[in-house]
Design a protein around this ligand. Structure first.
Ligand SMILES: Cc1cc2nc3c(=O)[nH]c(=O)nc-3n(C[C@H](O)[C@H](O)[C@H](O)COP(=O)(O)OP(=O)(O)OC[C@H]3O[C@@H](n4cnc5c(N)ncnc54)[C@H](O)[C@@H]3O)c2cc1C
Length: 205
């Protein structure tokens, strides 16, 4: 990639506007890096691919925004395909339910407030590494960055196709299904239908 073909240069290019990319954008921008984050969807937080349950201690550990909090959970009931149920309760809340679109929006506001630039509705489709930097095709434009952060979630297309990287060796497998359920103030219910979890179900990290 020649210098002539580059439309913009940044310190850090972040691909993906989920919580991982947004947190990275805020933290890097806070430390003075020139950050550009690109998200392929037009709106941060939409579409949602998350039930919205976070470990309660994560709010303090990562200084997460609390405005999107909906509920604190002290019990969960898991229902297996055969109808067996397991109820798990704790005296104090271990998990918190969040409004995930609002949570992601709050993270994006923090990132912008820290000085990061966010571009939505633009996909990063090519990545090339060169001694002078990393070059990425952002929509129709080439961007050069000193550092590339791939925060694409479970999508490893760039890693595999563009960087010859294999699928992560350590991966957690999980299954999930969403059903209409009445959320009670302190409890939630997990349903594991045989179609969604035919053999085994384990929580992802
Ligand atoms: C059904 C379901 C339920 C879940 N429930 C929970 C839960 O209760 N609690 C929990 O903690 N986690 C849950 N998860 C996992 C949750 O999605 C992740 O924890 C979280 O979203 C990971 O954040 P991330 O920033 O790494 O990735 P993501 O949130 O997936 O964000 C990645 C972003 O990158 C963008 N992107 C990808 N490729 C490109 C590209 N080439 N160019 C531009 N943009 C790109 C995507 O559009 C996406 O917005 C659930 C997942 C699923 C599928």
């Amino acid at each position: 990639m020649s210098e002539l073909g580059v439309d913009a240069s940044v310190d850090v290019l972040i691909v993906g506007g989920g919580p991982g990319g947004l947190m990275a954008a805020e933290r890097l921008a806070c430390r003075g890096a020139g950050v550009l984050l690109c998200e392929e969807h037009s709106t941060i937080g939409d579409p949602v691919h998350c039930t919205g349950i976070l470990a309660a201690e994560s709010f303090e550990e990562f200084d997460l925004p609390r405005d999107a909090t909906l509920n604190a959970l002290t019990s969960a009931r898991f229902v297996s395909p055969s109808g067996m149920t397991v109820t798990y309760s704790t005296p104090s809340p271990l998990a918190t339910v969040i409004d995930r679109p609002a949570f992601d929006r709050a993270l994006s506001e923090r990132a912008i407030g820290a000085g990061a630039a966010l571009r939505t509705g633009v996909r990063v489709s090519e990545v090339e590494i060169d001694p002078s930097g990393v070059y990425a095709l952002v929509g129709e434009s080439w961007v050069r960055a000193r550092l590339l952060v791939l925060a694409c979630g479970a999508n490893y297309a760039i890693q595999r196709r563009r960087l010859n990287a294999s699928f992560p060796r350590r991966a957690g497998w999980s299954s999930s299904c969403t059903s209409a359920a009445a959320w009670r103030p302190t409890g939630s219910r997990g349903l594991f239908p045989s179609r969604a979890a035919p053999i085994r179900t384990c929580a992802s990290a």
